[in-house]
Design a protein around this ligand. Structure first.
Ligand code: FAD
Length: 311
């Protein structure tokens, strides 16, 4: 649905350059999804507050590395953090960072400063805000373990500083106030040179392993399902014989069964079908109910999310 002229004018008055009908397939890792009614990039917190005060639904996107955008796209305003919200101060023992900063930028800056503490984000594409929302990580830890506090803008435009304990970090989730957008993140850093060197060595080994075991040359959103307690979703999916199962342009990777790759022209409906099929197959075979890790976004047909019970 195209954005109204008055909404575009309101956004322009905030100093923004709104893009109507922006195809989101260009903006996300899966290269899937319909248009945003209107897409804007805000360059500071005041602009974001202005957007959040318009009374129009707002969806925040980091790098779209964990998002399954509906084929019908996203209604309302889709916002990405830019400008000052991508920069920050690092060291000596803490970092105060814009939530739009890319994880790769943070890791490179820490390394060149001889500091550590963000190993949980190694190999995780995306932004710091998305990482906080997802409590992103891998076997070396989760980013929530390093978060001291976050600043958020709530729908309506109010700003709040939340200590880490208020976010209730758990496996691949953080409890943010409904509709809140994280704008800044304070992290505690690792400063002891020996501990920093050990962390960097573990990160390098981990990245090399990922290159061997994950289909990083094809569009995906990383792991589709969370690991169930005490097991690995990838193992269950592989043992259920799901590697190579395809629907339209979407395929369960032959290299890693917890990745669905876009082999060309995949739709969100194709991916949804595979997610459901894989979840149901594992349930029938092993009695384990896998939970999606990817976040659906936008205008999905009724009854798609949460996934309907297995047939
Ligand atoms: C190849 C590959 C490997 C991956 N490996 C890992 C891994 O090892 N571990 C792991 O945890 N994840 C992994 N991921 C998944 C993904 O990279 C992470 O979930 C990442 O943290 C998402 O960040 P993003 O900025 O792209 O967020 P998006 O995908 O854009 O958004 C994810 C969610 O966060 C919300 N969000 C984004 N920014 C903000 C903000 N500023 N404030 C509030 N909410 C926000 C969105 O609305 C959405 O609900 C991988 C993905 C890929 C493609």
């Amino acid at each position: 649905m195209p954005a109204s002229r008055s909404l575009l004018a309101d956004l322009q008055r905030l100093g923004l350059s709104p893009i109507p009908d922006e195809p989101l397939a260009r903006r996300g890792f899966w290269r899937i999804g319909g248009p945003a009614d209107v897409w804007v990039e805000v360059s500071d917190e005041d602009q974001l507050r202005g957007v959040m005060a318009l009374g129009v639904p707002v969806t925040v996107v980091g790098r779209g590395s964990n998002l399954l955008v509906a084929d019908a796209g996203i209604r309302g305003i889709t916002v990405r953090l830019g400008g000052a919200l991508r920069s920050g101060r690092i060291g000596p023992a803490e970092a105060d960072l814009g939530a739009g900063m890319a994880n790769t930028v943070l890791l490179a800056r820490l390394r060149s400063a001889g500091l550590g503490g963000a190993a949980a984000l190694a190999g995780v594409p995306g932004t710091l805000g998305g990482a906080v929302r997802m409590n992103a990580g891998w076997s070396l830890g989760e980013i929530g373990q390093r978060v001291l506090s976050v600043r958020v803008v709530r729908p309506g435009g109010d700003v709040e500083e939340l200590p880490a304990r208020a976010l209730d970090f758990a496996y691949r989730q953080a409890r943010l106030p409904p509709g809140a957008v994280v704008t800044r993140v304070r992290l505690s850093l690792l400063t002891d040179p020996e501990a920093v060197a050990a962390e960097h060595a573990r990160v390098d080994a981990h990245l090399a392993r990922r290159r061997r075991t994950q289909p990083l040359d094809q569009p995906s959103c990383g792991s589709v399902f969370k690991n169930p307690p005490g097991d690995a979703a990838g193992r269950l999916l592989e043992d259920a014989g799901l590697k190579g199962t395809a629907r339209g342009g979407a395929r369960i990777s032959d290299k890693h069964a917890n990745f669905i790759v876009n082999t060309g022209g995949a739709t969100a409906a194709d991916v949804w079908w595979l997610v459901r099929h894989a979840r149901d197959t594992v349930w029938r075979r092993f009695g384990v109910m896998l939970e999606p890790e990817v976040h659906p976004a936008g205008d999905w047909p009724a009854g798609h999310w949460p996934l309907p019970p297995p047939e």
